[in-house]
Design a protein. Sequence first.
Length: 424
Amino acid sequence: MNNTLRNTALGIQHVLAMYAGAVIVPLIVGGAIGLNSEQLTYLVAIDILMCGIATILQVMSNRFFGIGLPVVLGCTFTAVGPMIAIGGEYGVSAIYGAIIVSGIFVILVSGIFGHLVKFFPPVVTGSVVTIIGITLIPVAINNMGGGQGASDFGSTSNISLAFGTLIFIVLLYRFSTGFIRAISILLGIILGTIAAIIMGKVDFSPVTEASYFHMIQPFYFGTPTFEWSPIITMILVAMVSLVESTGVYFALGDILGKKIEKEDLAKGYRAEGIAVLLGGIFNSFPYTTFSQNVGLMQMSGVKTKNVIYITGGMLIVLGFIPKIAALTTIIPASVLGGAMIAMFGMVVAQGVKMLSTVVSDSQDNSMIIACSIGMGLGVTVVPDLFISLPTSFQILTSNGIVAGSVTAILLNIIFNMIPSKNKI
């Protein structure tokens, strides 16, 4: 009994460690593409539920899928910017069409992705992650002001809430350790929302109107549509996520003293592909491994899969309770904006960290980074740059993340993969 209670307590800790990262993605994307409170509540609930399903798919292991490591999955931040861009240009149906195709793609290439990893070294993945983080910052700034189009945009109350939330997160991160530090963003959002309630800026009607139980349904937001540019975008996002997951797999293998074989990686990739495919069908998100839960596992010293099974089960149960999901939808945009600055800034920092290991290796890598980030940011700021080019070519140039990613991949091939007589 004591062991069960301990595992349950640890499972709750894992839920808390990943909860802010899990729910903030649907809140950001749903808000950006104009969902109403009922749709947003459903989006948060289905996302939590799918996090649980994706986690269990990965923890369990059979001959077809599942790496069998105590890993928690959540929606990837790498997909936030692309999904907002796709939703703005093509509509929500194109987001899910692209996610479905990217999931099928991952399943199909899972057995050979180990051979494709050479096209995604740190200089490429670091550039892509950095571009995605940079393109997300304007979303955070708009939310700090109260949300784009808000009648009180930039008001003193919104700015105060945004910076109050951000300052609290920074101070908590600086002066706390362990588990408290791991959930500093979640605690910051909670404190910011409490302050907003005191200021009378929180509407509780979504919570009172939400039901206590609901059934999930496929294609809740309508029949998916399939457009080439969104599909290519989400496939690139999926491949970057696979590279990041590979690092988590090997880190967990080291922690557990287990050697990760090619077959294990293939089953892990396949489980992630199935999770992405299910995310598209049930209108949630692409899923990837959450490194913060690996850190929590190291802190607790408990590395059993039973704890993660409990975590997955808790997430599934929470996903069937819209009232809990609705609680997250009442968070004011300004509070989210303050937290998003820290979270998206960490995405940029992660990209810079990945690049720091390769930028000093050669001037070639510096050129790859310079051109890819420059192209990605440039197309994001001036999206009409290639408007006069043929439509087929615009598939690769209409989105800053795609343009920057393709630039990084091509330049890496030119500089680092094609033999050169000038290289010793």
